[in-house]
Design a protein around this ligand. Structure first.
Ligand SMILES: Cc1cc2nc3c(=O)[nH]c(=O)nc-3n(C[C@H](O)[C@H](O)[C@H](O)COP(=O)(O)O)c2cc1C
Length: 160
């Protein structure tokens, strides 16, 4: 399969990471994959480890998968071609919908994680959860800190 992407270091192409909404992919213990629209994300370091932190409300099916399924996730910054998927991944729940099929997304097997990434993304990060906590009084979300195990950029944005 031509994946049209290049492996990058965790903090390259940050201007694209900051773009609006991402797709967060998680996986149940039975291998079921779910995708959720994600606006609340940060990239940085925890204990000198490159991390992406995502905030997920306990009501999301994604929360169930992150806490009871595979302790990993991938963050995928949509390209103009895959951005339409947000209408599906941010409005429907994986509890009763296969959003990968519904949104017409193609998955790429994880290189370092069991959880796959999304084909056609501008950036994709494979992460292993190393810490979680509640976000505090301002919101009901929980924070999941994922060690970035590997990252990829679309060849459409990679500087030659
Ligand atoms: C643009 C957009 C951004 C969103 N960002 C977040 C977010 O950062 N955290 C969160 O918990 N939910 C967020 N949501 C809501 C979830 O994506 C939505 O509730 C989704 O249906 C949950 O799917 P799930 O039940 O399959 O996990 C966002 C929704 C949209 C439309």
């Amino acid at each position: 399969m031509n994946e049209n992407r290049t492996q990058i270091k965790p903090y390259e192409y940050m201007e694209y990471f900051m773009l609006d909404t991402a797709n967060l992919v998680s996986m149940g213990g039975d291998g079921q994959v779910n995708v959720m629209a994600l606006l609340w994300k940060t990239i940085g370091q925890l204990w000198m480890i490159p991390t992406i932190t995502v905030a997920v409300a306990p009501s999301r099916y994604t929360f169930e998968l992150l806490t009871k399924g595979v302790p990993e996730f991938t963050v995928n910054i949509p390209s103009p071609e895959t951005a339409g998927s947000i209408n599906v991944t941010g409005a429907l729940s994986g509890r009763n919908t296969n959003k990968v099929e519904r949104a017409g997304l193609e998955l790429i097997k994880g290189v370092k994680t069991e959880v796959p990434t999304i084909k056609g993304s501008l950036l994709s990060y494979e992460c292993k959860i190393i810490h979680t906590c509640q976000s505090g009084k301002m919101a009901s979300h929980h924070l999941f800190f994922g060690q970035i195990l590997t990252a990829f950029a679309s060849n459409d944005i990679v500087k030659k």
